[in-house]
Design a protein around this ligand. Structure first.
Ligand code: MN
Ligand code: MN
Length: 295
């Protein structure tokens, strides 16, 4: 790994960790989710990083991909709050998440946190990917919860947030070995529910899949803006701020109909159980570099 690449990952990681610390302090009952997200985005940019994806706050039975587009969605007492942020420096990505408990779910929060810690201990070149999943599953179950089996960790690359390899949250028997200098995100999810998520509700997060000629000037204009995100996920709210609600929704509909966009709707536990998440990004070495961890 080149020094410039390593330095970029490490800086992106430090800013992502600081952004979680910053965001965690804002997470309180009665606060507007969107205003918290706006502040986190500003914080990340003020530190000189780009957003690798829209910061997300997913509540309770929602495991991921919730990013409200209205200010009146408020946090409340008892919420299990997942805060997930992604930063990029020169395209090199850091992806990290933690759970903030506004109720009495300490054990659930600890389950994913502990699973992540146990998996990180195993990281070195040559470790089998199935071993990581097995450890995550066993740790979560030892706390009395279930891992979410259709969500997983992933490779992170330059301008690529979800690459190979897939890091499972359950035992898969995958004998693929981690290689030196691979960059991966590990993200166990623990739940009181079914341990399977499904897509539900309206998507506010999208990715440009590929480009095609676009006829309407409105969609073309919005597409020009979307191209600035370099193929990384974006929030519809970013476009709304620039183009207004009507124009954005018409343009997004047109681009979707042309098959150019991937939508990422909220992911809910099938039994509506509560969900906790913990995530770090790591560079595989004999002594692994957990670059989203400041201390
Ligand atoms: Mn994440
Ligand atoms: Mn991730």
């Amino acid at each position: 790994m080149q020094k410039e690449e390593l330095d970029s990952f490490v800086l992106a990681g430090r800013i992502a960790c600081d952004a979680l610390d910053f965001g965690e302090k804002l997470i309180k009952p009665g606060q507007s989710m969107i205003l918290i997200l706006d502040q986190i985005e500003e914080f990340i940019k003020s530190q000189g990083a780009e957003l690798a994806f829209p910061p997300q706050i997913s509540l309770n039975n929602v495991a991921a991909h919730f990013c409200p587009d209205q200010e009146d969605v408020l946090l409340k007492e008892g919420d299990v709050v997942k805060l997930d942020v992604g930063t990029s420096i020169n395209g090199y990505i850091a992806d990290t998440a933690r759970t903030i408990d506004l109720g009495n779910n300490t054990e659930l929060v600890n389950a994913s946190k502990d699973a992540l810690a146990q998996a990180l201990k195993l990281i070195r070149p040559g470790v089998q990917i199935g071993e990581l999943g097995k450890t995550i599953q066993e740790t979560i179950m030892s706390h009395g919860f279930s891992p979410i089996r259709n969500l997983s960790g992933h490779g992170v690359g330059r301008y690529r947030i979800h690459g190979a390899p897939t890091i499972p949250n359950v035992e898969t028997g995958d004998i693929t070995e981690l290689k030196e200098n691979q960059t991966i995100a590990i993200e166990p999810f623990a739940t009181t529910g079914a341990g399977i998520v499904y897509e539900s509700g309206v998507s506010t997060i999208f990715t440009l899949r590929y480009e095609k000629p676009v006829r309407s000037p409105m969609a073309r204009q919005v597409l020009q803006e979307i191209k600035k995100y370099n193929g990384l996920p974006f929030a519809s709210r970013w476009l709304t701020k620039k183009f207004g609600v009507a124009k954005t929704s018409i343009a997004l509909r047109e681009l979707s109909q042309l098959g150019m966009l991937d939508a990422h709707p909220p992911l809910l536990d099938k039994a509506q159980g509560l969900v906790s998440q913990a995530e770090h990004s790591v560079i595989v070495k004999d002594k692994a570099i957990i670059y989203t961890k400041n201390k």
